[in-house]
Design a protein around this ligand. Structure first.
Ligand code: MN
Length: 235
């Protein structure tokens, strides 16, 4: 047995989110559903409501915890919020049948899919990938993870977002075009879902811009709220 070779860089920190009631949830990958509420598709004036869901990723180190201060990002002048139900995967699998999907869910959280809307629109117009609009530093605020068994249900929950105390988004998770089990089934046909994966499941209507000083609070029935504060751009 030879010793493992020495790393040439300092260890890269693990990404973990707090669990309601104690402990931490280790994060493997962060997926997002591109569009999943009819009224948001209509406000974006894009796509067909019957299109199958599509998925993109954010880097896991883009996660930021409840209470964080998020600097206004570079490379945008239209920085927007999207409140989303987040699924936390507890058991790895591929080709998950819809009827078995809930067996793979460890818990749920409230997330915000922070978006450079101007860059997302550029990408759409130029038929380029969405990364620049979606996958950047601190673009994935996520609240504490609640055990699935502690949540009344993942469906039929009110989902809201307010900015400086004024409500901007309100929906119900029953409005999702693709339900939580359907999202898991679809994504697990494309990749092997792993324990520790998070899936942001799309946003209802009402998305809009924010700037430095704004306080964003996202809430879903049965889950701890998520609050972040936007701060001036980093020098
Ligand atoms: Mn989104």
């Amino acid at each position: 047995m030879s010793a493992s070779p020495a790393s040439v860089l300092p260890a890269i920190p693990a990404t973990e989110l707090p669990v309601v009631g104690g402990g931490v949830f280790p994060v493997r990958r962060v997926y997002c559903v591109g569009r999943n509420y009819v009224d948001h598709i209509r406000e974006m004036k894009e796509a067909d409501e019957r299109d199958p869901p599509f998925f993109f990723q954010k880097p896991r180190d883009a996660l930021v915890a409840d209470g964080s201060r998020v600097p206004y990002p570079p490379f945008t002048s239209d920085f927007q919020f999207e409140v989303e139900l987040v699924i936390a995967i507890g058991r790895s699998a591929r080709d998950i049948p819809i009827a078995k999907a809930r067996d793979h869910i460890w818990g749920y959280a409230v997330g915000i899919d922070l978006t450079r809307r101007d860059r997302q629109r550029d990408a759409r117009d130029l038929r380029l990938p969405w990364e620049v609009g979606k996958s950047f530093d601190a673009s994935a605020p996520c609240g504490p993870i609640a055990r699935a068994s502690d949540m009344r249900t993942s469906e039929g929950c009110t989902i809201t977002l307010s900015v400086n105390g004024i409500e901007r988004q309100r929906g119900d998770t029953r409005q999702m075009i693709w339900s939580v089990p359907e999202v898991l089934a679809q994504l697990s046909r494309q990749v092997t879902l792993g324990a520790g994966d998070l899936i942001f499941t799309g946003t209802p209507a009402g998305v809009g811009p924010v700037g430095p000083g704004d306080v964003i609070t996202a809430q879903i029935d049965g889950l701890p709220p998520l609050t972040i504060t936007i701060t001036p751009p980093e020098a």
